[in-house]
Design a protein around this ligand. Sequence first.
Ligand code: SF4
Length: 336
Amino acid sequence: MDKILQVRDLEVSFKTYAGEVKAVRGVSFDVKKGETLAIVGESGCGKTVTVQTIMRLIPMPPGIIKKGSILFDGKDITKLSEKEMERVRGSEMSMVFQDPMTSLNPTMRVGNQIAESLIKHQKMNPRDAKQKAIEMLKMVGIPNAEKRVDQYPHEFSGGMRQRAMIAIALACNPKLLIADEPTTALDVTIQAQILDLMRDLQKKLNTSIIIITHNLGVVANLADKVLVMYAGKVIERGSLNDIFYNPQHPYTWGLLLSVPRLNTTKEERLASIDGTPPDLFAPPVGCAFAARCEYAMKVCYEKYPPDFEVNDGHQVACWLKHPMAPKVIPPIGKGV
Ligand code: SF4
């Protein structure tokens, strides 16, 4: 599979009156054609800033790309002019946001919002664009699309609005779709339908997807590969099976242990990860998870761990993987 996106050593900061927030600190990853990459981690871990930088949606200033490159289909996104970026956004890569009500234009008919990008990027005439908008609404499973195309977002249910957002995002057949918590604002049955829809559309259109989520159920449903982020860094990466069945980082263990299971007994309480993430104004020199990690050693506070290779494509930034580290029985998976 060819790579559609290559992010290398990306560093993004925000200048504030209180100092510089180092939101993304040296992130690298690839996305292949037709592949789904999930980025997981708690709020403030840098996952949303990473994808917004890929879309060049972070306001600059206060945002600054301090270092790194983002190669999308051969073009370095960090070097494109705003005009060139406008062409890329919408036609070659597009984004689905968490809350469709705030991302759809409430004063514009849904059909016109789909047609807009077709007219702008594919130079379609308005009649053909409307016809294509109807096709797109049908494709994302909106019944009675011929009537719905002329309605406003407030006339759609929450699930239908998210389907309409997906229709807008896919209208120009982008090579990369970025979905930022696309199901968080929806109830569980609708969440499942939206995930099914994204999976079906991906198969049909061979679109690459980056999905940002804190919901590991969403990851299990959709992802081929997973990046686990913590305090602006990727701390573990691997295939879906690597992360779910052979996790290696204590933070990934904590994330997995905090997921409710069907076989959990009444007496068993869900695990939580005690403590809070570090201050990104002055991130620690060592492992950013050390203050919350029950396995932390002296070296963890002094030096950031390198990426240790677990197997092909599975890497973990944790000193427990060092050959001299003490052996640990993990609370989940096969362990270190
Ligand atoms: Fe814990 Fe050390 Fe591994 Fe960080 S490097 S997760 S502190 S054991």
